[in-house]
Design a protein around this ligand. Structure first.
Ligand code: ADP
Length: 262
């Protein structure tokens, strides 16, 4: 019964939050209609100077609305995964430029590598998107600068360790994204995997980053763990199962096409 109650509460939260998204979407549509209406009147009245800003406002709102639906679709689609052995160190190295650009100059990026990381069984694009989302969250949590550490490691979970974090025993490759930011209060930490949960202002956060990453991790038979201490920082750990074949040094992955989604 307690489970059912929790489920009902979750559904209610999802309902409220999808309502919020519909509200944002509606505001954008109102803006587009308003701009086009002004354009029509002005053109009809022969006032063709200074039309650019109304065109730009309409196009800008349309793009933002498209971005919103795109993210919702990506979330609801439950994309089929392209699972294959990944060389995670190469994947992280390949994201270097993108990460530097994302983090800006105030945040130091530290990549901890070690030889002999196992190949991970995952989807390279989804793994990159997840890491990019973690990095964006970390950046947002360090407005006055700090250090972002990305570390890959081999981890073997026995029964007890697996039970403790809620996954199955076995060999995993873990990717840790560690920040020295503001951290999270308990009530935030409890909700980070809820779709649409965000503490960011409208337009900046979708509340889908961590829930999508969690969905990906579970679909890939891995796990996602978030640990945080207020005022000290946050560690996000993505577990991917160890692949039983070596990674093919594949064609370069398009890092620049990854969605810059918070
Ligand atoms: P979004 O970034 O769009 O808000 P996420 O699902 O990625 O959506 O994150 C949900 C919330 O979790 C954020 O709004 C923020 O409050 C919190 N959060 C996530 N990552 C961090 C972090 N590294 N440090 C502090 N808070 C975080």
């Amino acid at each position: 019964a307690e489970d059912q109650l929790r489920q009902a509460q979750k559904m209610e939260a999802v309902g409220q939050l999808t309502g919020g998204i519909a509200h944002d979407f509606n505001n954008l549509l109102t803006g587009i209609i308003g701009s086009i209406d002004i354009l029509r009147r002005r053109i009809a009245a022969g006032r063709t100077d200074d039309l650019d800003r109304f065109f730009e406002a309409a196009v800008g709102s349309a793009h933002r609305a498209a971005g919103l639906t795109h993210r919702l679709l990506a979330f609801s689609r439950r994309q089929s995964l392209d699972l294959r052995p990944i060389d995670v160190d190469a994947l992280i190295a390949g994201m270097g430029d993108l990460l530097h650009r994302t983090l800006g100059e105030q945040i130091r990026l530290q990549v901890v590598r070690h030889d002999g990381t196992w190949p991970a069984q995952g989807d390279p694009n989804q793994t990159e998107s997840a890491l990019l989302n973690f990095a964006i969250n970390a950046r947002d949590a360090m407005p006055d600068g700090g250090t972002l550490t990305i570390a890959a490691a081999n981890v073997t979970l026995d029964e007890t360790a697996a039970l403790r974090i809620g996954t199955t025993p076995g060999d995993y490759v873990v990717l840790r994204v560690i920040d020295t930011g503001i951290g999270m209060e308990k009530d935030v930490l409890e909700r980070v995997f809820d779709p649409f949960f965000t503490t960011k202002p409208i337009g900046q956060g979708t509340g889908l980053g961590l829930s999508m990453a969690y969905g990906y991790a579970k679909q890939a038979r891995g796990h996602l763990q978030v640990d945080s201490a207020v005022g000290r920082g946050t560690t996000v750990t993505l577990y991917l199962p160890r692949a039983d074949a070596p990674a093919v040094p594949a064609a370069p992955i398009e890092t620049s096409a990854a969605p810059a989604d918070g």
